[in-house]
Design a protein around this ligand. Structure first.
Ligand code: PGA
Length: 252
């Protein structure tokens, strides 16, 4: 059985105290509920990661970063490296989020480099892919996602890809209130799994976790997560509210 995961991507939200309060209550909730078998991850801004990990030390919830540098160390003012993230106790890093691709011009080559560095530092990678609205409308979405995966991930060795979680996030659904239909999500997830199978074989393909992201909320989560190739979600806006985030995790 492959792992089910719900990860909260806080983006550039939450000051220290409110973030720590949110993490405390989420961690308490899930630590007291061993029946929830889904892995729960919070991805706060870098600056909160060490404090968040102090809280999570003995709990069930894990932490991840939202990005990492494309270099390992050195004179890169303002950057945060994968080994630094690992040193805070974080287990995951999100790479290739559409906001990074769009606002910071991160292309597949850079994302591939970041992925290799992150895995080398002992982090697990949540690798995002997804098409923009025009690509959906013109029917190019399979091709776009295939290129993102081929160039971003498919240089990895089999023993590396097993530490990657894929997040399919149609860009037109992120923060817009528009959600992919469960059928659109399933169709793409099935396609992604077939690409993994073609490259790495059926055992790895069956075991890789593929998350859906884009305006996921308590009211639509259960239906999307009920699809056979959807193994959980990457949650933006709704991860900032304790009740909503918990309800989404419980929908898995
Ligand atoms: P959203 O964001 O849930 O606010 O649409 C998802 C994401 O960007 O990961």
């Amino acid at each position: 059985m492959r792992k089910k995961i719900v990860a909260g991507n806080w983006k550039m939200n939450m000051e220290l105290e409110e973030g720590l309060n949110l993490v405390k209550s989420i961690n308490q909730y899930f630590t007291d509920k061993p029946s929830v078998r889904c892995e729960v991850i919070v991805c706060p801004p870098y600056i909160h990661l060490a404090s968040v990990n102090q809280i999570l030390k003995n709990g069930k919830v894990r932490a991840g970063a939202q990005n990492c540098a494309s270099e390992k160390s050195g004179a890169y003012t303002g950057e945060v490296s994968a080994p630094m993230i690992k040193s805070t106790g974080a287990e995951y890093v999100i790479i290739g989020h559409s906001e990074r691709r769009t606002y910071y011009n991160e292309d597949n080559r850079i994302l591939n480099k970041k992925t290799i560095l992150a895995l080398g530092a002992g982090l697990k990678v949540i690798f995002c892919c997804g098409e923009v609205k025009e690509e959906r409308e013109s029917g190019k979405y399979f091709e776009v996602v295939r290129t993102q995966l081929e160039e971003g991930l498919f240089t990895l060795k089999p023993e590396e890809i097993t530490n990657v979680v894929i997040a399919y996030e149609p860009v037109w659904a992120i923060g817009t209130g528009l959600t992919a239909t469960p059928e659109q999500a399933q169709e793409m997830h099935e396609y992604i799994r077939s690409l993994i199978k073609g490259k790495y074989g059926s055992v790895i393909a069956e075991n890789i976790t593929i998350l859906y992201g884009g305006s996921c909320k308590p009211s639509n989560a259960a239906e999307i997560f009920s699809k056979p190739d959807v193994d959980g979600g990457l949650i933006g806006g709704a991860s900032l509210k304790k009740e909503d985030f918990i309800a989404i995790v419980e929908a898995v």
